[in-house]
Design a protein around this ligand. Structure first.
Ligand SMILES: [Zn+2]
Length: 263
């Protein structure tokens, strides 16, 4: 994952404390990893409070949002990773904002608008979808989106707003570095519900060594997360930047050398 090395130095300091606390308590054992993406950044004044969270948490910023530029710059100065939160058509009626991939667009328009969205968050190193339960089920649309993202050399994280999403598989086919969201932490804002979801994230991380969660800049979420981070070390969990959680896609066509040798 050479393209990630650039970010390592800046995030090294942020990683150190979590790593050390896990190592101190578990001897030589390797901690499981979680990565978190803070979605929907850019519309609320209170989004600024999210800057106080650990630097490993990526900000995914909505294109052309009123606070998009300010927050992207401040987060970037902190050494935090920035993503584009790309609005996509959903089955439910939703205001997707000024730059969005809507259901009435042609393939060409999908490509154009994806470019515009990427231009509006130029510091983004990756993309995930905002909404998109309709669009991420469409092969032709995901092909256009991923083709465009690929020209910028960015990674994609499928937010999985529908179980029928083909976003991740399309990204993989086109060779983009890719990952998927495992758990939404704060769909419900009660402490009990967030605790349940966060525990699911931790359990998944222990099972599969890495789990990716999505959170939102609600004041309740920020307060909840700050509490959780104090206990990660004792649970042998290390919080890592999202770029460290992305897998490069393997070539889809295996080498045919052996077959061509056969009659
Ligand atoms: Zn969103």
């Amino acid at each position: 994952m050479l393209f990630l090395l650039f970010f390592n130095s800046e995030l090294k300091a942020a990683n150190t404390s979590a790593t050390q606390s896990a190592d101190n308590e578990t001897g030589s054992s390797v901690p499981a990893h979680i990565a978190l993406i803070m979605d929907d950044i850019g519309y609320r004044q209170s989004d600024r409070l999210a800057l106080s969270l650990p630097l490993q948490i990526a900000f995914s910023i909505l294109p052309d949002a009123p606070l998009a530029q300010e927050l992207a710059q401040r987060a970037n100065q902190q050494g935090r990773e920035i993503m584009l939160h790309l609005p996509m058509a959903a089955y439910t009626q939703a205001n997707l904002g000024p730059i969005a991939l809507t259901a009435d667009m042609s393939a060409e328009q999908i490509g154009e608008v994806t470019h515009r969205a990427l231009n509006s968050v130029p510091m983004a190193i990756g993309v995930n979808n905002h909404m998109g339960s309709w669009l991420t089920e469409k092969n032709w649309a995901m092909h256009e989106v991923m083709k465009t993202i690929k020209t910028r050399g960015l990674f994609f994280v499928d937010s999985r707003t529908t179980s029928e999403s083909v976003a991740e598989s399309t990204a993989r086919e086109l060779g983009l570095p890719v990952a998927r969201r495992h758990v939404f932490i704060d769909h419900r804002l009660s402490p009990e519900s967030m605790q349940q979801q966060f525990s699911r994230l931790i359990a998944l991380a222990h099972q599969q060594s890495l789990a990716i969660g999505i959170v939102h800049p609600h004041p309740q979420t920020l307060a909840f997360l700050k509490q959780q981070f104090e206990t990660l070390g004792s649970q042998q969990i290390q919080l890592i930047p999202i770029s460290h959680a992305i897998k490069p896609s393997l070539p889809t066509e295996p080498a045919q050398t052996q077959k061509t040798m056969q009659p």
